[in-house]
Design a protein around this ligand. Structure first.
Ligand code: OGA
Ligand code: NI
Length: 350
C-alpha cells in the first residue's frame, strides 16, 4: 500500500524558481529551527574509500574486511573502480542537469503527486505546514520491472530515458555485488540478503535525482533535512565539484568530500534490521550554498514492498539479543511519506 493521500495539501513551489527570482531572504517555511541549522561546518573529511578492484586480486580478503569495517564504523563509504562506466555516470548526471535547466512549463508536465512520488517534485511528506527543504527532485522507478513506467520519465533531453535505463542496469548490478560482500562479511550465505529482499526479480530499485539550487541564506536552511535512508542500500553519485552531503558522527556533522567517478554507498534501515544492528544506517543531511547549484543521483536498492524483514536468525543469540520486530518495507515507509525526513526515530521505534 502506498500513501493514500493523492494530492499535495498546498500549492507546490519550485525551489529553483525561488532561487532564480533573486530573493535575498528565504521564505519562513524553509528556515530551520536553530538546532537544525548548519552551524559551523565541520571540515571536509574523507570517509573510507574502497578500491573494488581489490576484490578480484590477491587482496580480496583485505578489501572485504575494509568494507566490513566501514559498514560497522561508518555506515558510509565510497567505492572506486566499481565497474560502472565513468563516461556513463557523467553523461547521465549531465542529462539530468539539462532537464532541470528546461523551462518550468516543460518540467511541470512531470509534476508528481504523493500517491507514488514519481516525477518532478519539491517536497516530501504530505502534512500541511511542515518545514520544507531547499531542493527539487525527480523520482523514478526502475525495479521491479512491473513498476517501471518509462512514459513518466523525461523525453528531454533526448538521451535522458536511455541514459537512465543504462545507468540503472549498471548500478543495480553493482548493488548486487555489494549485497553479496555484505552478506559474507556478516557470516551469512552470500545470497542471504538478496533473497531477503525478494531476489533479483522482485526487489525494488528507484532513483531520486536531487537538484539543490543556489540559496541566498544557506546558513538558515538545509537542502535535505536529516534522515536515514529507509530502504536497503543507497548509491549516491554526487557532484565532485560541489560538496553538500553531511553525515552524523557522534555530535558533529562531517562534510563528505566526493572523489571523481566514485559512488558514496550507505546502508539503509532495512540492512540495519537484517544485520540485527551489526551494521548501522547512519543519519545524513544536505547543506546548500550561495555559489553553485548541485545535482546528485541517489539510487535506492530496496526490499520487495510486502516481504517481511527481520534480523537474520544467525545474528541473534543470547549475547546478541533480537533488536527489532518484523516489518514490511511498505509499512515501514508509510511514516516517512507522511512526516517527511525525520532523523532516525523510526528504526529505533521497532
Ligand atoms: C537522499 C540523500 C544526499 C545528497 O537522496 O536520500 O541523502 O547528497 N541525498 O543528495
Ligand atoms: Ni539519504
Amino acid at each position: 500500500m502506498m500513501s493514500t493521500v493523492q494530492v499535495w495539501p498546498e500549492p507546490v513551489i519550485r525551489v529553483q524558481q525561488l532561487s532564480d527570482s533573486g530573493i535575498r531572504v528565504i521564505p519562513d517555511r524553509y528556515v530551520k529551527k536553530p538546532a537544525d541549522q548548519p552551524g559551523d561546518a565541520a571540515a571536509a573529511s574523507d570517509i573510507p574509500v574502497i578500491d573494488m578492484e581489490g576484490l578480484s586480486s590477491g587482496d580480496a580478503e583485505v578489501t572485504a574486511a575494509l568494507i566490513d569495517q566501514a559498514c560497522r564504523e561508518w555506515g558510509f563509504f565510497q567505492v572506486a573502480n566499481h565497474g560502472v562506466s565513468p563516461g556513463l555516470m557523467a553523461r547521465c548526471r549531465e542529462a539530468w542537469r539539462e532537464f532541470f535547466q528546461l523551462p518550468l512549463a516543460e518540467k511541470q508536465r512531470y509534476a508528481n503527486s504523493p500517491a507514488t512520488y514519481e516525477g518532478y517534485g519539491s517536497r516530501l511528506g504530505v502534512e500541511k505546514g511542515i518545514s520544507l527543504d531547499w531542493s527539487d527532485y525527480f523520482f523514478l522507478h526502475f525495479l521491479p520491472i512491473g513498476l517501471r513506467d518509462e512514459n513518466k520519465w523525461p523525453t528531454l533531453p533526448v538521451s535522458c530515458r536511455e541514459l537512465a535505463a543504462e545507468y540503472s542496469r549498471e548500478v543495480v548490478e553493482l548493488c548486487g555485488k555489494l549485497m553479496k560482500i555484505l552478506a559474507r562479511n556478516l557470516g551469512l550465505r552470500e545470497d542471504y540478503l538478496l533473497e531477503a529482499f525478494g531476489g533479483e526479480e522482485e526487489l525494488g530499485a528507484c532513483m531520486r535525482v536531487n537538484y539543490y539550487p543556489k540559496c541566498p541564506q544557506p546558513d538558515r536552511t538545509l537542502g535535505l533535512s536529516s534522515h536515514s535512508d529507509p530502504g536497503g542500500l543507497t548509491l549516491l553519485y554526487s557532484d565532485e565539484n560541489v560538496s553538500g552531503l553531511q553525515i552524523r558522527r557522534g555530535d558533529t556533522w562531517i562534510t563528505v568530500k566526493p572523489q571523481p567517478n566514485t559512488f558514496i554507498v550507505n546502508l539503509g534501515d532495512q540492512l540495519q534490521i537484517l544485520s540485527n544492528a551489526n551494521y548501522k544506517s547512519v543519519e545524513h543531511r544536505v547543506i546548500v550554498n550561495s555559489a553553485k547549484e548541485r545535482v546528485s543521483l541517489a539510487l535506492f536498492y530496496n526490499p520487495k514492498g510486502d516481504k517481511v524483514i527481520k534480523p537474520a536468525e544467525e545474528l541473534v543469540s543470547p549475547g546478541q539479543p533480537l533488536r527489532y520486530s518484523a516489518t514490511t518495507y511498505n509499512d515501514y515507509r508509510l511514516y516517512i511519506r507522511t512526516k517527511g525526513p525525520c532523523g532516525k526515530s523510526q528504526v529505533e521505534s521497532l
